[in-house]
Design a protein around this ligand. Structure first.
Ligand SMILES: Nc1nc2c(ncn2[C@@H]2O[C@H](COP(=O)(O)OP(=O)(O)O)[C@@H](O)[C@H]2O)c(=O)[nH]1
Ligand SMILES: [Mg+2]
Length: 217
């Protein structure tokens, strides 16, 4: 993506509220999936987004859980955003889904990834979760291989005592050591979903990438 085009998208996104309620020229439907090992904080992220984008919410969303509050099938909500690019007005309908991280539901996870336009990988900062982070990330990469689906990586629960260092997390996932990519997006977003920290930033950066892909094709 050319830098100037990207900042253009960003700027236009910011003043897009001005034409709220006015006629849009087209609808774009997107699906964003929250992926990661069980208990890493996907549902918590999902709930924060649901609250944050309250005014753009199309549905209340649903969450199907087991008796111990773990996601059984998926959490799902539809959010709507207005978006302006090169003077053209679009309405984006984004379906946000999270999947279960439980090993025994592998096939449902693969199913939930079907048709995903963008993915947020949510890793867990608990040092003993490192293997699960690696396994879940490898699983994701193997599912999206050859599809060129954009994704961002969040390392959640930064608030816990003795979290794994950002460096060793990046190293074990085979990610670059740098803080940021040349386009200004972060290699790993350090988040605290329960405290609502660094939840919307990775989501917005991902949306930007997804929309850029959309208009590129
Ligand atoms: N300390 C801490 N706990 C978190 C954070 N995010 C989620 N949790 C907790 O981790 C547990 C699992 O979260 P959940 O969102 O259900 O994980 P999921 O299985 O990935 O959907 C819950 O008890 C959350 O309250 C965080 O940023 N910090
Ligand atoms: Mg969940």
């Amino acid at each position: 993506m050319i830098e100037s085009e990207k900042s253009e998208i960003k700027e236009e996104k910011e003043d897009s509220v001005q034409w709220l309620g006015q006629e849009s020229e087209g609808f774009i439907q997107l699906k964003i999936v929250y992926w990661g090992p069980g208990e890493s904080g996907k549902t918590t992220n999902f709930n924060r987004l649901r609250e944050r984008y309250h005014y753009t919410k199309l549905t209340d969303g649903y969450s199907i859980e087991t008796t111990d509050n773990r996601t059984l099938w998926q959490d799902s909500v539809f959010l709507s955003f207005n978006f302006k690019l090169k003077g053209h007005k679009f309405t984006i309908i984004a379906q946000i889904v999270t999947c279960t991280g439980q090993e025994r539901f592998l096939s449902t996870r693969e199913y939930i990834l079907e048709g995903a336009d963008g993915i947020v990988f949510v890793g867990d900062s608990e040092p003993e979760k490192l293997e699960q982070n690696k396994r879940s990330f490898r699983e994701l990469i193997s599912f999206i291989r050859q599809k060129d689906v954009p994704y961002v990586i969040q390392l959640n629960k930064r608030d816990i005592l003795d979290p794994i260092s950002m460096e060793s997390f990046k190293r074990s996932l085979g990610l670059p050591k740098d803080d940021m990519y040349p386009d200004g997006s972060m290699v790993v977003y350090p988040s605290e979903a329960t405290n609502n920290k660094m939840v919307s930033e990775p989501f917005q950066d991902l949306m930007l990438q997804v929309l850029f892909n959309y208009f590129k094709s």
